[in-house]
Design a protein around this ligand. Sequence first.
Ligand SMILES: CC(=O)SCCNC(=O)CCNC(=O)[C@H](O)C(C)(C)COP(=O)(O)OP(=O)(O)OC[C@H]1O[C@@H](n2cnc3c(N)ncnc32)[C@H](O)[C@@H]1OP(=O)(O)O
Ligand SMILES: CC(C)C(=O)C(=O)O
Length: 505
Amino acid sequence: MTRKIKIFDTTLRDGEQTPRVNLNSQEKLRIAKQLESLGVDIIEAGFAISSPGDFEAVSTIAEHVKDSTIASLARAVKKDIETAARALEKANKKRIHIFLATSPLHREYKLKMGKEEILEKIYEAVKYGKTLMDDIQFSAEDAMRTEPEYLAEAYNAAIAAGATTINVPDTVGYRTPTEIFERITYLRENVKGIDGVDISTHCHNDLGLAVANSIAAVEAGATQIECTINGLGERAGNTSLEEVVMILATRKDKYENLTTRIDTRQIYPTSKMVSLLTGVATQPNKAIVGANAFSHESGIHQHGVLANPETYEIITPESVGRDTNSLVLGKLSGKHAFVDKMEKLGFSMDNEKIDELFAEFKKLADKKKYILDEDIISLVTGDAGKFEGRVKLESFEITRREGKPKAEVTITIDNKEQTMTAIGDGPVDAAYHAINNMLGNSYDVAEYKLDSITGDTDAQAQVVVIIEKNGERHMGRGQSTDIVEASIIAYINAVNRLYKGEEND
Ligand SMILES: CC(=O)SCCNC(=O)CCNC(=O)[C@H](O)C(C)(C)COP(=O)(O)OP(=O)(O)OC[C@H]1O[C@@H](n2cnc3c(N)ncnc32)[C@H](O)[C@@H]1OP(=O)(O)O
Ligand SMILES: CC(C)C(=O)C(=O)O
């Protein structure tokens, strides 16, 4: 009998808990739309009570993404649950994800609650959630370090109150696959009504076992996997979506009865988009989506692959959306080829947006010989990341004076144009000095990261800058074929986000 495995993506919630990652609601919406095209069953869009920005992101996604169920996290607290329900009001399919920790450490030191009090809180919270919507998921935080008998009681309470999914997180990534298998088996044998609900797994990667542990949970009967694109998440991250999905898809001999709704051809574009928008690059040797995942360097391997790719490849690049011989676009390409490429990469948008992006594409094609898939993904991503703020770059010029770079930068601040020159240790440093002089402020650049989006010397660069003021950090991103321009755009983007944050305070 076929068993459908639901994919619950938490890139926008646990993934956003990755240190330094901070997405605005338009960026989150762009990712959510892509997750919908990917075929994700449930998108955890955020933690609505945590900030006005997260509330806005959850409600925007609820309004615009209709195929996937949209979920918001909530503590076992009435105001969290109410806020989650309000943010989800416009969703076609919605879920509140209520959590409460159950392990001895969390009970004693964090919650300062006894066992009975926790069981009551679980029951009350889920019961209250049920008055607001039908689909309620309950997670026992730190389940895998909780006494098995008590954990079963916690899930008994959640199911008795009406939970439709019970999630069994390995919150600190402590367990091994055998232990996960045994724990899920134990719960299946000891929790009342468990056959009528989905059993979910949520594994962290502290010991590098998140993917293996998720698969072990599924082998023991779990029907939902919680995961993130590129394995993003708190500390060492979560189960990576691309890896668990491709394990189930590739090992059909072993998992012939398990299916997911994921369109695997959307995996690579989604991974690239998330990496560009979050500013977190994937390591080259990352399974499935890393730059080297389908590269063959050594002679014996190359010989084998030329004779038959299956000698050294268990997955085809095409099956995960890494088209090796796809149509190359350039400055002479027309709109049909452009739209065709966008569709193949899983992006659907209205005609007005396509016209806008096509114009951007032509400008880029004037600067670059070939436009690769990564360039198209970055065009769409860059568009989502655009942030119209108080400060705008008009022009800049870099020259050298007495051996040092000199930047002349023109910006508008609240529509008033200003020009300033400054000298620096390098061209970026000089440009930042000039901008700071015009802003009348100097921000600490806590981080500056430069990545190339594609190869070649005419490649697009992505710069991520994090600036700091009064202990608060603001991330900005810029993309251009010119690294100084990308750096200036990223800095101005970060300043605009800082200003926006101050307006909201
Ligand atoms: C395992 C996970 O990933 S859980 C999700 C983690 N994600 C986040 O924490 C990001 C978003 N969090 C936030 O924005 C804030 O922590 C908020 C808005 C939720 C709460 O902020 P604050 O009210 O300032 O509380 P703070 O974060 O300092 O402490 C958490 C409080 O919630 C309590 N708490 C923690 N988990 C739960 C829970 N599941 N149910 C009920 N109460 C809880 C803690 O005991 C503490 O209570 P106290 O204030 O009475 O001591
Ligand atoms: C809220 C829960 C599911 C969580 O993120 C964890 O336990 O890691």
